[in-house]
Design a protein around this ligand. Structure first.
Ligand code: SF4
Length: 128
């Protein structure tokens, strides 16, 4: 079982220089948030292997989720986005995140790479 809290136990991999995020304090405020459209994700795990402090494979559905916005450098996240075979990772406005989460929650997504109860029933029917 994957523990998403593990991503918060390691230091963030920020770009060199001040990383307080607040520009007035010398940090860099990333203009966009990273978002995974989990309805399109095929669960290949490439992004989670590249930007390990940002993307986690959600254990119930087997799909990637951006759980942290300041865990990896912008370059590292760009690299992770480039690995996605279905282009389902996007830069969005921070203000869009709540609405996108609500839209995603309204969908009925099937688990990837996990045996669903209907699949188990089919296998049992074939074996009998
Ligand atoms: S690279 Fe894309 S398809 Fe693969 S797990 Fe990440 S978001 Fe999903």
């Amino acid at each position: 079982m994957i523990d998403p809290s593990a991503a918060f136990q390691v230091p963030a991999q920020q770009d060199e220089g001040p990383n307080g995020l607040e520009p007035l304090l010398g940090g860099q405020l990333r203009e966009k948030a990273v978002w995974v459209d989990e309805s399109l994700c095929i669960g290949c795990r490439y992004c989670a292997h590249v930007a390990t402090n940002t993307f986690v494979i959600e254990p119930a559905l087997g799909r990637s989720r951006a759980i942290r916005q300041n865990g990896d450098s912008t370059e590292r996240i760009k690299e992770a986005i480039a690995t996605c075979p279905v282009n389902c990772i996007q830069w969005v406005d921070f203000e869009q995140l709540d609405e996108l989460r609500a839209q995603l929650a309204a969908l009925e997504l099937l688990p990837l790479g996990l045996q669903s109860s209907s699949r188990r029933r089919r296998i049992m029917a074939l074996e009998s």
